[in-house]
Ligand binder design. Structure first.
Ligand SMILES: [Zn+2]
Length: 411
């Protein structure tokens, strides 16, 4: 069972936008009040039992239970009856807001992150629409609870009779979008290593260097837009917060950020089509993306979008039936691809890898990609052997590409 995720741009009317905005505002208020309840409970237990807090005291009893999703949902049902603003929005979606808070608390404990902050006005940008059923999609319109029928740009086909597991409405600076999650009941076998192997080395100078000698320069989407962004941000700071001029200036900043993000998402898709065209196996070095983003050139690493590149690479390989695997990235640029001995440590400015053991000379990035290729082939070698043995045992002819793989591995 797979989850198919589709994204469409909505074409809401002015009334529907007002309903969306109002819904987001009510969800934000409910989220903040639920978070305040949790924060008060924690703050009450900050000071010791025999001392008082310096700033203020809380009126919750000392043995009061921790507010949970179920207890807050019960309280919300009672409170909603007396609050007309909450009656306008879907009750199920209000409860989803509490669930969202509880999930974020769990992730906070598991990932040791800081305490959550209250959401400012306009900070909440999305909400879920659960339980939509099969009649959700009709022609060029979607049927949403409370909103009713809403038009959308059908940029791709939606499977007939698909049951929508979840729909998420998102507000961006360019408009309103809907993201559908459709369960797809198909069984797809794991991709078996076959065909031409290619390894990719990622760097900041040459964004991509393949083991076959293909170089692709890094695009600097954020760095190119930085000057314009600085100008637009200065214009925002010169306006009075909350006025219409401030809103217009802030919207321009948001539009530029979204443009940069879209460019960064679009570019790897076109690039990877070029790489995956004649490849059956793709190896890439498993870089520590979080560590790189906190290092000296972190800003440029984030601009290059290594993490997103890995995600898109994995997805493209899955769609095309190409085997994809990450391999160990340790010392890939300091090992000779010919004799696999460690070479003399090089400066960043040195672009050529020359081995003092076997006198093999090649480009530094290509050498690193070739080391990644050798490591990858060594890792998947046993899987290919197992597949070939199983094919022979079951009477299935092994794939023709496999011997090519071993021929390359031997050299
Ligand atoms: Zn060597």
């Amino acid at each position: 069972m797979f989850n198919l995720r589709l994204e469409f741009k909505l074409k809401p009317t002015a009334t529907q936008i007002a309903v969306f905005e109002d819904s987001l505002e009510q969800y934000r208020k409910v989220y903040n009040s639920a978070l305040k309840e949790c924060k008060d409970w924690y703050n009450l237990r900050k000071c010791q039992i025999n001392s008082c807090s310096k700033s203020s005291e809380y009126i919750i009893s000392a043995d009061g239970p921790l507010p949970t999703y179920s207890s807050q949902c019960k309280a919300l049902i009672t409170y909603r009856k007396t609050n007309p603003a909450l009656l306008r929005v879907n009750a199920t979606l209000l409860q989803q807001t509490g669930l969202r808070l509880e999930k974020s608390f769990v992730s906070m404990w598991e990932q040791s992150q800081g305490f959550h902050q209250f959401k400012k006005k306009g900070a909440l940008r999305s909400f879920n629409e659960p339980q939509l059923g099969t009649t959700f999609h009709q022609g060029n319109r979607f049927k949403l609870p409370v909103i009713g029928r809403i038009k959308f740009w059908q940029s791709r086909p939606i499977p007939q009779g698909a049951i929508v597991k979840q729909a998420r409405v998102v507000r961006r600076s360019t408009g309103w979008y809907i993201m559908l999650t459709l369960p797809w009941d198909v069984s797809i076998l794991d991709t078996i290593p076959h065909g031409n192997p290619v390894a990719i080395d990622l760097k900041l100078t040459n964004f991509v260097a393949t083991s076959k000698g293909l170089f692709i320069k890094r695009t600097r989407f954020f760095a190119d837009a930085e000057r314009k962004l600085k100008l637009l941000q200065q214009r925002v700071t010169r306006q009075i917060i909350g006025l219409n001029n401030w809103k217009r200036a802030a919207e321009k900043v948001a539009l530029l950020h979204e443009y940069v993000a879209n460019c960064r998402k679009d570019w790897p898709r076109k690039l990877l089509d070029q790489i995956c065209d004649d490849a059956g196996i793709v190896f890439v070095e498993g870089l520590n993306v979080v560590g790189l983003s906190r290092a000296m050139l972190g800003k440029h690493c984030l601009d290059a979008g290594f993490g997103q590149f890995f995600n898109i690479l994995g997805h493209t390989c899955f769609k095309r039936g190409v085997f994809f695997q990450k391999v160990d990235a340790k010392k890939t640029s300091q090992i000779c691809p010919n004799c696999l001995n460690e070479t003399v440590k090089k400066e960043l400015s040195e672009r050529v890898n020359s081995c003092h053991h076997c006198a093999h000379t090649t480009d530094k990035d290509v050498a690193a990609a070739q080391v990644v290729l050798k490591r990858g082939l060594a890792a998947v070698g046993h899987r290919v052997k197992m597949h070939r043995t199983a094919s022979k045992f079951m009477g299935i002819p092994a794939k023709q590409e496999s011997p090519r793989l071993f021929a390359r591995e031997c050299h």
